[in-house]
Design a protein around this ligand. Structure first.
Ligand code: G3I
Length: 394
C-alpha cells in the first residue's frame, strides 16, 4: 500500500514528459553525445538540462541523498540541481541514531527539521534513513550497568523510545523509513549486531512494530547492500520479508542500496534481484545508487597502494563512456520492471559530494565536480525518454 506514489498518468504529466522528451532531443542535437556545452556556469547548465523526475515513469520517485550543507541551503548550486532534477530526498547522515540522540534522552531536531522542511517546501517525498542499524549508533545505546551489555528489556525500551520520538515527530511528513538497515551478512545469515545480541532475532520485527505504531501511514522498508551481487544475501532479505509478513507486520518495500561497480552486478543480476524481491509481494527500491570506479583502497590506516587513485586528474573518456553505458543498462532493467519499482535514489548529488572519495578521487555519479552533467546523465535521460517494453506478465 503505497502512499500517493501510485497514480494515473495525468494530462499534466503527459505534457511534462513530452516537453522533457523534446528537450532531450534538442539538447542531443545541440551538444552531440555530450549534454552541456562546456564553459557554461553550472547553474545555467543545470537549467538547460532535462529533468530526471519529469522523465521517470508514473509512480516512480527519483531521489538523491543530501548532506547538511544542502538541506541548510548553503550549497546553492547543489540546491538548484536537487530542486530541478529530483522529487525525493534522503538524509545522508542527519537522521541516523547518533545524529538524533547522541546522548540518552537528548534528542536533536534542528537541522533535522530543516531537512524535512527542505523537501516538503519543494513538494518532494522525504525519506527517513535509518532507525535501527549497527553503525552510527552511540555506544550508550547498548551499554548496561557496570560494563555489561544492556539486557533485552532495556534495549527494547531504548529502541521503542527512539523510534516513537523520531517517527512520531515527522508523522505524515516523512513518506517512508528505512526501519532496519544492513541486518544481513553476505552469506544471508543475520549479522551479529549489538541489537541482535541484546534482543534476539526478533529485533527486526520489533523495530517494524514500533515504527508502524508511531506512524501507521508511513511506508516501512528493509534496506541492505549486495542484494544484487550475492544471491545468498538476497535470500536472507527475502526471509526477513516473509518473517515479517508471517507475523502480520506490514513491510512496503525492500531497498537494494545499489553501491555497484562497473563489473558487478550485471544487468542480468539486477533483473533477477528485482524479480525475486518483488515475488514476496513488496515493492523494490534502489536506494543508494552509485558506481565505484576505484580499485580497493587497501587496509585502513595504511598508505594507499600505488595505482589506487588512478583518476585523480580526471576520468579518461573511455571510462566515462563505460560508466555511461553501465548506468544506461541499469536503467533499462529498472524500466523493464517499472511496475515493481517505486524509487531510484542516488547516494549524493555530484562526484565531489560522494562518500566514495574518502581521500581519493572517485567519479561515481551523474554530475561531475563542477556540477556539470556527465555522459552518464545523458544516457540515463535517453533511456528514460524512450523506455523499453515492460517485462512479460505486467
Ligand atoms: O560529522 C563528523 C565531523 O564532525 C568530523 O569532523 C569528521 C571527521 O572524519 O567526520 C564527520 O563524520 C563523518 C560523517 O560521514 C559525516 O560527514 C564520518 O566520519 C563518516 O564516517 C560518515 O560517513 C558516512 C557513512 O555512511 C558512515 O557509515 C557517509 O557520509 C554516508 O554517505 C554513509 O552512508 C551509508 C548509508 O548510511 C548506509 N549504506 C552505506 C552508505 C555508504 O557507506
Amino acid at each position: 500500500m503505497f502512499r500517493s506514489t501510485q497514480h494515473q498518468r495525468s494530462p499534466d504529466i503527459e505534457r511534462r514528459r513530452l516537453t522533457s522528451a523534446l528537450t532531450v532531443a534538442a539538447a542531443a542535437a545541440f551538444t552531440g553525445a555530450r549534454w552541456m556545452p562546456s564553459g557554461l556556469a553550472p547553474s545555467v547548465a543545470a537549467q538547460g538540462a532535462p529533468a530526471l523526475k519529469e522523465l521517470a515513469p508514473p509512480g516512480w520517485l527519483i531521489g538523491v541523498a543530501i548532506n547538511q550543507n544542502q538541506s541548510d541551503a548553503r550549497d546553492s548550486i547543489a540546491v538548484d540541481l536537487i530542486t530541478r532534477q529530483f522529487n525525493s530526498i534522503s538524509p545522508e547522515n542527519l537522521l541516523k541514531f547518533e545524529s538524533v540522540q547522541r546522548q540518552a534522552g537528548v534528542f536533536t531536531f534542528d537541522a533535522q527539521d530543516r531537512y524535512v522542511a527542505f523537501g516538503r517546501d519543494r513538494g518532494m517525498a522525504v525519506i527517513g534513513h535509518t532507525l535501527v542499524w549497527h553503525s552510527q549508533t552511540p555506544a550508550w545505546v547498548w551499554a548496561g550497568g557496570d560494563g555489561v551489555p544492556a539486557d533485552r528489556a532495556t534495549l527494547l525500551e531504548r529502541m521503542r523510545t527512539h523510534i516513537t520520538t523520531l517517527v512520531g515527530r515527522y508523522k505524515a511528513r516523512i513518506r517512508g523509513w528505512d526501519v532496519v538497515n544492513e541486518a544481513l551478512n553476505d552469506d544471508g545469515t543475520l549479522r551479529d549486531s549489538p541489537w541482535r545480541r541484546g534482543i534476539g532475532d526478533d529485533y527486526i520485527a520489533k523495530a517494524f512494530e514500533f515504527a508502524r505504531e508511531a506512524d501507521p501511514g508511513a511506508e516501512l522498508y528493509y534496506n541492505d547492500y549486495n542484494l544484487a551481487t550475492r544471491p545468498d544475501k538476497r535470500a536472507g532479505a527475502i526471509r526477513i520479508v516473509k518473517d515479517l509478513q508471517q507475523r502480520g507486520l506490514r513491510i512496503d518495500a525492500v531497498g537494494e542500496q545499489g553501491h555497484w561497480r562497473l563489473n558487478s552486478p550485471s544487468p542480468a543480476d539486477i533483473d533477477r534481484t528485482i524479480t525475486e524481491l518483488r515475488a514476496t509481494g513488496v515493492k523494490v527500491m534502489i536506494t543508494e545508487l552509485d558506481v565505484n570506479l576505484l580499485p580497493p583502497a587497501g587496509p585502513r590506516g595504511e598508505p594507499p597502494p600505488p595505482g589506487s587513485n588512478p583518476y585523480a586528474n580526471g576520468l579518461p573518456d573511455d571510462v566515462q563512456q563505460t560508466l555511461a553505458r553501465y548506468y544506461a543498462d541499469a536503467f533499462r532493467v529498472f524500466l523493464k520492471h517499472r511496475d515493481d519499482i517505486t524509487r531510484v535514489t542516488f547516494w549524493g548529488v555530484s562526484d565531489g559530494d560522494s562518500w566514495l572519495n574518502r581521500g581519493r578521487v572517485n567519479h561515481p555519479l551523474l554530475w561531475d565536480r563542477q556540477r556539470q552533467p556527465k555522459p552518464a546523465f545523458g544516457e540515463v535521460v535517453r533511456v528514460l525518454a524512450s523506455p523499453p517494453a515492460r517485462r512479460a506478465g505486467n
